[in-house]
Design a binder for this molecule. Structure first.
Ligand code: RNT
Ligand code: ZN
Length: 422
């Protein structure tokens, strides 16, 4: 019997088993195809970008490892990303940072960027029929002075970065228009202090003013959505971050823009899953940077942890799939970078699948009846329902390798392409 046949038969058995607890797996898989993941460009080249060769990353961002084969050009990054996409089930999105501008001879600074520097990216995404998201780049630039951008006490520095913020929103709108799919443009700044500040108030008041200037111009929400991302601390900014969680929640709620929750930007044991149904009462939509914090690093490759499953459950069980823009944010330079993309994204999709095939209606019913015993019993038994067979079938239906078979393809790509890049 062929492997394909086996997978189908296993799926049929799994489907019957799930039907016993009231779950329609065919329907779950159809829903899964409708949830795109915005995959971050920056895993492919260690947050390098192509516009500013030689400038150190900074801003509390640190990439460790020197695994061979990192993309050195935009074409290489595109090719690597296509390889990753080819083994990930579903249709996803590409999340680009402004520092990935292609200058084609004429160097344009961050305050003067336009869609021109991104036309290759846009044409490529269009050809692949994928949506794109965008990010202002407030790091790896000489105008990040003393670690400050939008909160700087120097009006000239603030002005430069305000202009950058505006340019990127315009680029986001151009992306949305060209692709016919709304672009989420996410703003994160690295501003912070290593040691106890004497003035916590000033930088925050300046940040409000800067942000209001960035977001002043109205942009059609069908084309571009603005989002702001908080952070608790970074390397070298351990004591104070003006753009903290409370700061941006208040800002996003009062301006009715999006809030980005990055899984690695809170206290080390604090998760973001529970925040979703809380903040969605106050902001219209949210974006996620799904990541995995380990000790002081907020950006390890996403694995199928309880926390990841909790995030997916909240999105699916809360029926928020249209208000939550799921994106990934991690970078590991110590393993094959294409594999890092694939592992993290496939895990995000798996977590969504697990949430979709949970007998949530039954669980909610028990809860409504006050029967918490049955809720707990079913919740625990449901964990070992045959989701693996459903996942394999999904991969087969979506024409991507089943199980671990994707790795052989990525290894072949490493041998034929990545290893020749020394
Ligand atoms: C940094 C933020 C931010 C970056 C990217 C590269 O801590 O998480 O989202 O990771 O912009
Ligand atoms: Zn992030």
């Amino acid at each position: 019997m062929s492997n394909t046949k086996n997978i189908e038969q296993s799926y049929q058995l799994a489907k019957e088993r799930y039907a016993q607890v009231g779950v329609d797996t065919d329907k779950a898989l159809k829903q899964l195809t409708q949830i795109p993941i915005s995959i971050h460009c920056w895993q492919g080249d260690d947050v390098g970008g192509f516009e500013n060769a030689g400038q150190e990353l900074g801003g509390g961002l640190a990439v460790t490892g020197n695994y061979p084969g990192k993309a050195r050009t935009a074409n290489e990054l595109r090719s690597d990303f296509e390889k990753a996409l080819s083994v990930i089930p579903g249709r996803h999105r590409f999340n680009l940072h402004a520092c990935y501008a292609e200058m084609s001879g004429r160097k344009v600074d961050r305050d003067a960027l336009s869609a021109d520097q991104f036309k290759n990216w846009i044409a490529w995404a269009k050809a692949l029929k994928i949506g794109m998201d965008f990010n202002q780049t407030y790091f790896a630039h000489p105008k990040v002075v003393g670690g400050f951008t939008l909160t700087s006490a120097d009006a000239g520095i603030r002005k430069f970065w305000i202009e950058h913020g505006i340019r990127c929103r315009e680029i986001g709108a151009a992306i949305g228009k060209a692709l016919g799919k709304t672009c989420v443009t996410n703003l994160w700044i690295p501003d912070g202090m290593k040691d106890t500040p004497a003035d916590r108030r000033g930088p925050r008041e300046r940040l409000i003013q800067s942000l209001d200037a960035v977001f002043k111009k109205k942009i059609d929400r069908k084309l571009n959505l603005d989002s702001v991302e908080s952070k608790l601390f970074g390397i070298g900014a351990e004591s104070y971050t003006p753009g903290s969680s409370e700061f941006y929640l208040g800002y996003a709620a009062s301006r009715q823009i999006l809030l980005t929750l990055d899984a690695g930007h809170y206290h080390p044991t604090e998760g973001i899953a529970d925040k979703i149904s809380a903040v969605l009462n106050y902001v219209p939509e949210i974006a996620l940077h799904v990541s995995r914090g380990v000790r002081w690093d907020s950006d390890h490759v996403v694995t199928l942890t309880d926390e990841l499953q909790a995030i997916a459950q909240e999105i699916v069980w809360g029926d928020y799939t249209r208000r939550v823009h799921i994106g990934l944010d991690y970078f590991d330079a110590s393993i094959n970078r294409v594999a890092a993309w694939v592992i993290g994204t496939r895990n995000m999709v798996k977590a969504l699948l697990l949430a979709l095939v949970t007998p949530i209606n039954k669980l909610k019913q028990f809860e409504a009846e006050g029967d918490y015993t049955s809720r707990l019993a079913l919740m625990e038994d449901a964990k070992l329902l045959p989701a693996g067979a459903v996942w394999d079938y999904y991969c087969q239906q979506m024409n991507v390798p089943v199980g671990n078979a994707w790795l052989a393809e990525v290894k072949r790509y490493e041998r034929d392409v990545l290893s020749k890049r020394q």
